[in-house]
Design a binder for this molecule. Structure first.
Ligand code: MRU
Length: 357
């Protein structure tokens, strides 16, 4: 089945599929400067929490690879600047900071072992490639755990795009749907368009259509109507940051879907890797919410649809844990109380925590 490739490490540089141009054009860009990678993250050439993490890891690696530093100390100074630049790109998705921290620890480990710059550069590139590879296996494990919770025959709603484009694997929420579909479940996906940036209409509809998974595109204000119909068996979304108590930040509009799900007795699930956990914050009130340009609300792909007024654009909202029926991760399924189940999942090295189901 078709799986989109949003990012690839190549000898020429980091190749990204420009998600701003989908679904009408499939354009690839090759970046050989870490500043270009940072700009691509900020400007949404690549987006989606885990994919942003992969891009940051590759950005850090390309920065180190192309450095002209002549000593480890000079390279360290440059590396700090590279990491600081990448960290300023998008504030909500914690995978970004997770990936930067991981590249920093590898750098510290390597520079403690050797002053051979060629070896350090090669090993940093290998680490970034490993981050990418791990995302693929992580998504597959999330998919296997989550598929069990999907209806055998019925509608499943999602929000935004938590597919291959957003993770560089098979997707988290869409990975769950994909695995369930491949298992033979007769799933029909309801895809809210996800204003203002239209990740649902442009990206999720494109991915599902290419993958041969049946879908119906709906506008965001149809969500309540469809949830009341009794035909939706489950909702599954991705996440940008999950606080210690299970409160979850995801694309703007997710919170209202979760509230409507509760009202209509439809289970609302979150699918996310452990790298999306932020156990350093007690609850969702501490999650920074990115405010994006109001032009993304007043215009659609450069075409003005509103007068030149101020428009609000919080890019994410926080769904309180009480609305979340379960969180699917690569190590198992967490249920309330999340403070205990998330900490237990984060602490284990092994998958299949069936006790948490
Ligand atoms: O602004 P975006 O497109 O980066 O937002 C993406 C989302 O909100 C996704 O649902 C989330 O990152 C999970 S992706 C697996």
């Amino acid at each position: 089945m078709y799986v989109a490739q949003p990012i690839e490490w190549t000898d020429r540089g980091v190749v990204m599929l420009d998600q701003r141009r989908l679904p009408t054009e499939e354009i690839l860009h090759t970046y050989s400067d870490y500043r270009e990678v940072a700009k691509a993250i900020t400007e949404m050439v690549i987006r989606g929490a885990p994919a942003i993490g992969v891009a940051a890891a590759m950005g850090a690696a390309i920065g180190v690879q192309n450095s002209s530093a002549k000593s480890v100390d000079a390279l360290r100074t440059e590396f700090d600047e590279i990491c600081a630049t990448l960290a300023k790109t998008r504030p909500t998705a914690v995978d970004l900071f997770w990936a930067i921290e991981r590249m920093k620890s590898r750098f510290a480990e390597l520079t403690a072992q050797t002053s051979d710059l060629v070896r350090i550069k090669q090993a940093m590139v290998e680490e970034a490639k490993l981050v990418h590879l791990e995302k693929k296996s992580t998504d597959e494990a999330i998919g296997r755990f989550g598929a069990e919770f999907m209806p055998r025959d019925g509608q499943v709603m999602t929000q935004c795009n938590a597919g291959a484009l957003a993770t560089a694997g098979i997707g988290t929420a869409l990975g769950v749907i994909r695995v369930a579909f491949e298992q033979g479940r007769k799933i029909h996906v309801l895809v809210p368009e996800t204003r203002p940036y239209l990740q649902g209409a442009r990206l999720t509809a494109w991915e599902l259509h290419k993958g041969g998974i049946p879908l119906t595109l709906i506008t965001d204000n149809m969500v309540g109507h469809f949830l009341k119909s009794g035909k939706v068996g489950a909702i599954v979304t991705g996440a940008d940051r999950i606080a210690a108590n299970g409160d979850t930040a995801n694309k703007i509009g997710t919170y209202q879907i979760a509230v409507l799900a509760k009202e209509n007795n439809v289970p609302f699930y979150v699918a996310a890797p452990i790298s999306t956990f932020d156990l350093s914050i007690p609850d969702g009130g501490h999650i920074p919410i990115e405010e994006r340009s109001s032009a993304e609300v007043t215009q659609i792909q450069g075409v003005r649809i509103a007068p030149d007024v101020h428009a609000a654009h919080p890019a994410f909202d926080v769904t309180p844990a009480r609305y979340i029926a379960a969180i699917f991760t690569e190590r198992g399924v967490a249920r309330a109380p999340y403070t205990q189940s998330l900490a237990a999942l984060a602490a284990t090295r092994e998958p299949a925590l069936s006790a948490l189901k």
